[in-house]
Design a protein around this ligand. Structure first.
Ligand code: ADP
Ligand code: MG
Length: 749
């Protein structure tokens, strides 16, 4: 008898094992049994041939209609052509042979049904499979075949050019017959509460179902395995985090935080108060906080972070704020400095009594400034240290790091969190991760599943809505003139505008759009701060199209044309950092009317007097990215306007996405749409290759309820039984998930 961990060769022999390993990377019995059918064909129900696409590897069930043999013209040998049909469409199977191929003609008899497997191509207008593998139904010999075809459903596996679906099915059958399923990864209680079948049943049900109710039962159960095992890992990680010690940083009366609150010019929203109270409590504990604060664009996450940082400073610790771009780091440095006023002026004239200092560390600051700020961080003179990834460098030292805040995190801060954590000396720092855009609940539970989650859904009162319109310049070119006119009107009434382009322009060699490395993930990554092109590519990109509009070209054109006379500046990642800073400062101060920019302003930038944004080639940006960009306007009391300029046709998919962005201001709705349209792997990210492949049946959106229930069950189990005593099969499933996730990733987290 075999167990799941056994290598395949022990069960199906060397040859078949080698083939499965090289074609599909399947090595153990468990690997094979978790390679699930893509679909099930009903016996006698023919595959719709019209649906086949060129280039696809397919397995079709069809009836042989006719067979012909002819001699090849230029070479000895024959071509046998078998035409198969589903009753309507036709497909040609082509076999080249040295000899006369009589034997094949005898086998492929008209009227027989068979499975045919190969790559679809078109030759002289006809769909064909050249040299397909085939398996005739009902004509096979041997008990195995008879049994296989006794079932009504034929599983069709994801196959490849090296291996056919029925070769996989053969191996699966042997594996199932010899398998000894010792235990069940799902505890009995979980199965009972959720009406799930046993593990062995599920494996048989998904590979050898008698009918579709078998498939459904098995699929539900195996989805639970995927969700539950992952959530147990995450729950264990959350629990393990509480075993580390951290210095408690309780709120102290009469400190900087109290003074800050007293001077705060607005009232915190209910959501801000709740999240703030939770964070304040967790900072006071003697184990590290690990919390994700996610929220709508503009919901006011920064002030929550500042309050948390001040609480830590009051308790004699230091806090770090990590920003994804230099522009944002500088903005935080300025605005936090302003918010704190005398509270941040330690050692200066007029500094408050317990005042601290705010330091900034970025990659491109001057050596003298850097030295001073490094010293402030190391000596503890600076209570708050703001920076970009430069903060992660080894030379950066802290006196007593108590809190790490990661702002506008589109992706996972696992590595960043880790690098900073190492700088905290004995205990571990508390960690607060803030997302840039709302993310669907299940993504939060999966990607950030080792964090506790707080969510801000409301915007502060008094915000004016942002009106968003699509400007279809291909159909109505004159709309663009109207857009520029609107910008002039905003400027005339003293307000400011952003114009966003997908590209910087004026490429240095090797930096042309064609060679650009893939963008840091459309639909949601931090804008590049590395001087690279912040090119956001749309999903239906195609080489034939003109290159995307560029900041440098457009700015010149606008200054000489429709926006002549306005004060224009350009901003992009290739500018030297003092220049970026100068531009941002003068825009924030109101001495620039229009900022022509790349997505370096995508996240976090907060200039309340900016009321209009024009996004050029808008279809090149992802849905969440557009929502995030648009969040730069409508931050003050004046109404915001966002124009999505595009040349895509009105009836296409790309236009649909833009219309969706125009139709709602709800980031949670848009984040779901984004997830539907992008492959989940893109969402989970490359760092999580293992997690991607471990979610085979589960889909993050459709299985939201299941994932939620699995998380509850997993948390309860780990709380009650952290070592998973008496659950050897679960422990084994976790081990194999961890192997996949690569030890590296988990160890770091
Ligand atoms: P985000 O959550 O997108 O990071 P910010 O923290 O940048 O949002 O906040 C956006 C703006 O709202 C800032 O100018 C901030 O000062 C302001 N703000 C935050 N909280 C409130 C509030 N409760 N009432 C009014 N304005 C607020
Ligand atoms: Mg922010």
């Amino acid at each position: 008898m075999a167990v799941l961990e056994d290598p395949l060769r022990l069960v199906i022999g060397d040859k078949a094992a080698k083939r499965l390993a090289s074609a599909l990377g399947l090595r153990t019995v468990g690997d094979l049994l978790h390679h699930y059918p893509r679909r099930y064909d009903k016996r006698g129900e023919l595959t719709e041939l019209a649906s086949l696409r060129d280039g696809e590897h397919v397995t079709v069930q069809a009836e042989i209609a006719a067979v012909t043999i002819r001699r090849m013209r230029n070479r000895p040998g024959t071509i046998l052509e078998a035409t198969v049909t589903d009753g309507r469409g036709r497909l040609t199977l082509t076999f080249f042979g040295r000899g006369r191929q009589d034997w094949r003609e005898k086998v492929l008899r008209p009227g027989l049904h068979g499975l045919f497997s190969g790559q679809v191509s078109t030759f002289k207008g006809k769909r064909q499979l050249a040299h397909p593998e085939y398996e005739l139904l009902g004509s096979g010999d041997g008990a195995a075949r008879a049994e296989q075809y006794a079932a009504e459903l034929i599983p069709v596996y994801p196959a490849s050019s090296q291996i056919t679906s029925w070769q996989i099915a053969d191996s699966v059958r042997i594996a199932l017959d010899t398998l000894d399923v010792a235990g069940d990864p799902l505890p009995a209680g979980v199965r009972d509460r959720h009406g799930l079948c046993g593990y062995a049943d599920a494996l048989r049900g998904i590979h050898r179902p008698v009918d579709f109710s078998d498939v459904r039962r098995a699929t539900l159960r195996l989805k639970w395995d995927e969700a539950f095992v992952l959530q147990v890992v995450l729950a264990q990680r959350r629990l393990a985090a509480t075993a580390y010690s951290a210095t408690p940083r309780p709120a102290l009366p009469g400190g900087l935080l109290a003074e800050f609150d007293a001077a705060l010019p607005f009232e915190l929203t209910i959501g801000q108060q709740l999240a703030g109270a939770t964070i304040a409590d967790e900072l006071a504990l003697d184990h590290p906080m690990h919390r994700l604060l996610q929220g709508e664009v503009g919901s006011g996450k920064t002030v929550i972070a500042v309050r948390a940082m001040l609480q830590v400073v009051d308790a004699a610790g230091q806090a770090v704020l990590l920003a994804p771009t230099e522009v944002l780091a500088q903005q935080h440095y300025r605005s936090i400095g302003q918010l704190l006023g005398p509270l941040a002026a330690a050692g200066q004239l007029g500094g408050a009594e317990h005042a601290t200092r705010v330091a900034i560390l970025t990659g491109s600051q001057g050596a003298a400034a850097r030295r001073k700020h490094l010293l402030d961080a190391a000596s503890g003179a600076a209570g708050i240290i703001i920076g970009t990834h430069a903060l992660l460098e080894e030379r950066v030292q802290f006196a007593d790091l108590g809190l790490v805040v990661i702002d506008e995190q589109h992706r996972f801060g696992v590595e960043q969190r880790d690098a900073l954590r190492d700088k905290a000396g004995d205990g571990r720092p508390h960690v607060l991760v803030m997302t840039a855009t709302p993310i669907p609940r299940t993504v939060a539970m999966t990607v950030f599943g080792d964090l506790e989650i707080s969510t801000l859904t409301e915007l502060p009162a008094g915000r004016s809505p942002i009106a968003t319109h699509v400007v279809p310049v291909a159909d109505k070119p004159w709309y663009l003139d109207r857009a520029w006119e609107r910008i002039r009107e905003e400027a005339a009434s003293g307000r400011q505008a952003y114009i966003v382009c997908p590209r910087i322009g004026d490429e240095v060699p090797g930096d042309a759009p064609g060679n650009a490395s893939p963008p840091p993930a459309r639909g949601g990554s931090a804008a590049g701060d590395n001087g690279g092109d912040d090119l956001g590519r749309g999903p239906d990109d195609d080489e034939q199209r003109r290159p995307p509009l560029a900041v440098i070209d457009l700015a010149a054109g606008l200054a000489a044309g429709p926006l002549a006379g306005l004060r224009l500046s350009v901003l992009h990642g290739r500018l030297p950092s003092e220049e970026k800073d100068r531009v941002m400062l003068s825009f924030a101060a109101g001495s620039v009317d229009v900022l022509v920019t790349t997505t370096v302003v995508e996240v976090g930038v907060d200039v309340p007097n900016a009321t209009a944004m024009v996004i050029m080639d808008a279809e090149r940006f992802g849905v969440s990215q557009l929502h995030q960009l648009r969040g730069r306007v409508g931050r003050g009391s004046h109404e915001g306007l966002c124009l999505l300029v595009t040349e895509v046709p009105e009836d296409g998919k790309a236009r649909e996405r833009l219309d969706a962005v125009a139709a709602t201001l709800d980031g949670f709705t848009l984040s779901r749409l984004d997830l539907e349209q992008r492959r989940e792997g893109d969402v989970l990210g490359a760092a999580q290759a293992g997690r991607k492949s471990s979610l085979k049946l589960l889909t993050l959106l459709a299985d939201e309820d299941l994932i939620g229930s699995a998380r509850e069950e997993a948390t309860a189990l780990v709380d009650a039984n952290p070592a998973l005593a008496g659950q050897p099969a679960l422990a084994a499933a976790i081990r194999s998930l961890l192997d996949e996730e690569r030890a590296e990733f988990l160890e770091k987290a």
